[in-house]
Design a binder for this molecule. Structure first.
Ligand code: SAM
Length: 365
């Protein structure tokens, strides 16, 4: 006869019990982590910050917001719950806590959801929450086991082919990148004011719609700019003063200039591809000295040495985004950047931290 298994309870120490209790609370952040991105996307989809702004000020009553958005009858209760969530997360404050008709005020965080704010992140939020970008996350575990690219499994092609065939999605990618450029270029100009001293022309390799180059030529006169990207990307790009658009393939040839500039391009690619692209950039700059390549990318801390600040966390998240959305892209540590750059034939590297996710990595032949 099988006797009942005897379970011995080992008493937990006070410290262990406290840690377990804290973990039981902490874990909910991961159970419901997706709700933050989903509800913020909802606010952008609805245009809530835009409606508040066009209400003539910085605040709005629930009833006004509901009627401006065209909420159906009885739907202001759903809107009120959305606003309550966003207020708790710091996107709005209560100008009035009227129990029937509360009034909400904008905050610095909700201003970043306005499409026309100079620091808007609205299109970046829409990109990352787009179904095309969400699907690959379901395939991360499989990628870890057998290396299958998550984006290709979810969408049948890689992200750049998708952006070519589906131009609405492609424009969203370009607009999202432009959100980042509007923040990073002023940080580059502030942190590296002499970056292009003595440089007459710069080619932005994988420059998207050209906004980065348009800001560089303004921030670093008298630099002349070339915005270089895939032909369909530059065909869609607006014209910018002082910037010439050139379409092509950076794996084949990069247009000649005194300096080549690569922002958030190399992190999309494997080490071998990065070395290939960097060699093409080296071929594009003057052989007789004076030229350089400027790489604007995140520099991760060594494993286990990550700082506990927000931007370190963003770089780690970005590394996961690269795993989900590219075939072999990744964020890199200083040592990993040095390895790729020296293998591409450059002899000197200078890294400057700036007030952004990225650092400025200057590399010299
Ligand atoms: C992540 S985006 C970065 C855009 C821009 N540098 C920025 O930071 O705002 C990568 C860019 O690389 C471009 N790209 C991809 N493959 C390319 C190729 N073979 N030749 C040139 N550009 C390419 C994409 O079209 C896209 O604009």
């Amino acid at each position: 006869m099988g006797g009942e298994a005897k379970v011995t309870m080992i008493p937990k120490s006070f410290d262990e019990e406290t840690a377990t209790a804290a973990a039981s609370v902490n874990i909910w952040k991961y159970v419901f982590g997706f709700t933050d991105a989903a509800v913020v996307k909802c606010a952008v989809d609805l245009g809530i910050p835009r409606v508040i702004r066009s209400n003539g000020g910085d605040s709005i009553r629930l009833s006004q917001l509901s009627s401006a958005l065209g909420c159906g009858q009885d739907q202001s209760a759903a809107l009120r719950r959305i606003m309550r969530f966003l207020a708790q997360r710091g996107f709005f404050t209560y100008a009035s806590r009227d129990p029937v008709d509360p009034e909400y005020s904008m905050t610095p965080l909700s201003r970043l959801l306005l499409e026309d704010d100079p620091h808007s992140m609205a299109r970046f939020i829409l990109l990352e929450a787009h179904p095309t970008m969400l699907g690959p996350w379901q395939n991360l575990a499989r990628h870890v086991l057998d290396g299958t690219p998550p984006f290709v499994v979810a969408n049948g092609e890689d992200v750049w082919l998708r952006a070519t065939g589906d131009r609405e999605f492609g424009r969203l990618v370009d607009d999202a990148m432009a959100c980042d450029a509007r923040i990073v270029v002023p940080a580059i100009a502030h942190g590296c004011p002499n970056l292009f001293q003595g440089i007459g022309s710069v080619v932005d390799v994988g420059g998207g719609n050209g906004i980065t180059m348009s800001m560089i030529v303004k921030a670093f006169p008298p630099v002349k700019g070339i915005n270089f990207d895939l032909p369909h990307v530059v065909a869609d790009a607006p014209s910018w003063e002082g910037v010439e658009h050139v379409g092509g393939d950076m794996f084949k040839e990069v247009p000649k200039a005194d300096a080549a500039f690569l922002m958030w391009v190399l992190h999309d690619w494997s080490d071998d591809d990065c070395i290939h692209i960097l060699r093409k950039c080296k071929d594009a700059i003057p052989r007789d000295g004076g030229g350089k390549v400027v790489i604007v990318e995140g520099v991760m801390e060594e494993e286990g040495e990550e700082a506990q600040d927000e931007l370190s966390g963003v770089r780690l998240s970005l590394d996961m985004v690269m795993m989900a959305h590219t075939k072999a892209g990744r964020e890199r540590t200083r040592k990993e950047w040095e390895s790729v750059i020296t293998q591409a034939g450059f002899s000197r590297i200078h890294i400057t931290a700036i007030a952004a996710v990225q650092s400025v990595i200057e590399v010299f032949p």
